[in-house]
Design a protein around this ligand. Structure first.
Ligand SMILES: C[S@+](CC[C@H](N)C(=O)[O-])C[C@H]1O[C@@H](n2cnc3c(N)ncnc32)[C@H](O)[C@@H]1O
Length: 343
């Protein structure tokens, strides 16, 4: 591979069950061995873990895993085979906990090095065929879509399948992908050679030095700095997670930010304008895409351009798509108003 593939694949699985005692902790009760076996199929491993009363968050060698009682979110980058986690997860959830898969959402951007991806990630067609044949037929509301932008190198791939309507009417997920990071800012995600620090202590320093710690000062943060470079963090704020991953190498630099939130009435629980501006300030990307998934009728995406444009980025495209029983996705892309000077 010419460089590290930063663009993540993201899988969200929801389960249902009938035993209320099992449902209290649900998937969080799975043995660590089951998680390790699943991650082995994907070809990544756990580097750090943290839990609160709502969910468990794992930093992986390639991105992150979040385990809630009835929901799992796995996000992996590089040449991992994320979709290979589906069969073991369905099996463990059913045999160990009596839980049944009720919905699946798979999303990703455009790979920087598509030819380096192994099956089933060789193309979106292959991924969709794999999903169609691996998922139980009870997940009968299905749709696959490639949401375009003005640039052929920026598209958002979405597959959803569900067996029933979900009741999270005001929840949303924000997935931000950034490339061509400002080199001076990206340099902060490199370690000094032989710094004698652990990945955890170097990660903590990066969280403070880059301003990542100021995105949500209430969050419990689990951070990790790779050697010689690269950074991952998970934030936990009651039931809401956030996550950042950085590949700082010049030529294929990439960073992602993701968070979930909810809207009640006119109130958004996360100050989305503050979050977006902080993210732009920390990375100063040459391209930025923002995908907002809303399971109900909320309009968080409308605030995105208003937050980002005063920071010197211009909205270049906006695509909207609806997914049967799985809400809507808005895909917005931005590039700087002024071209960056050559470094
Ligand atoms: C796992 S992290 C962050 C992942 C995230 N999806 C991204 O690319 O932004 C990837 C960065 O860490 C670096 N890295 C160093 N050691 C690594 C390791 N053992 N596994 C994965 N990445 C490693 C990679 O070169 C890359 O810069």
């Amino acid at each position: 591979m010419a460089g590290f593939e930063g663009f993540e694949k993201r899988l969200e699985l929801h389960f249902i069950g009938h035993d209320p005692t099992t449902l209290q902790l649900g998937l969080r009760k799975l043995d660590f061995h089951c998680i390790q076996q699943t991650l082995q199929a994907v070809q990544c491993s756990v580097v750090s873990a943290l839990g609160n009363s709502f969910f468990d968050a794992y930093v992986l060698s390639e991105s992150s895993l979040f385990v809630y009682p009835t929901k799992i979110i796995i996000k992996t980058c590089g040449t991992t085979q994320l979709l290979k986690s589906i069969t073991p997860l369905i099996f463990y959830a059913h045999t160990h906990l009596g839980l049944t898969l009720s919905s699946c959402r798979y999303t990703r951007g455009n790979f920087i090095f598509p030819t380096a991806q192994p099956f089933p990630h060789t193309s979106f067609n292959d991924e969709v065929t794999y999903l169609e044949t691996t998922l139980p037929t009870t997940l009968c509301f299905r749709k696959a879509s490639i949401m375009p932008s003005k640039s052929s190198s920026l598209a958002w791939h979405v597959f959803t399948a569900t067996s029933h309507l979900h009741h999270h009417p005001y929840a949303y997920t924000l997935e931000i992908c950034m490339t061509d990071l400002d080199p001076t800012l990206a340099a902060k995600f490199f370690r000094r050679p032989a710094d004698g620090k652990s990945g955890h202590s170097a990660g903590k320093e990066m969280t403070a030095a880059t301003g990542i710690g100021e995105i949500n000062e209430h969050a419990l943060v689990c951070d990790f700095a790779f050697d010689p470079c690269g950074y991952s963090m998970n934030g936990m704020d009651s039931e809401w997670y956030s996550t950042i991953h950085v590949t700082p190498e010049e030529g294929y630099s990439y960073a992602s930010f993701e968070c979930v939130g909810h809207v009640s009435g006119d109130d958004v629980d996360v100050d989305i304008v503050h979050v977006l501006r902080k993210v732009v300030q920390i990375f100063r990307p040459g391209t930025m895409s923002v995908s907002t998934t809303s399971l109900g009728n909320n309009e968080v995406w409308r605030e995105v351009a208003g937050a980002v444009e005063p920071m010197g980025l211009k909205l270049r495209s906006c695509a909207v798509d609806q997914f049967p029983e799985c809400g809507s996705v808005v895909f917005q892309t931005f590039t700087p108003i002024r071209r960056k000077s050559a470094h």
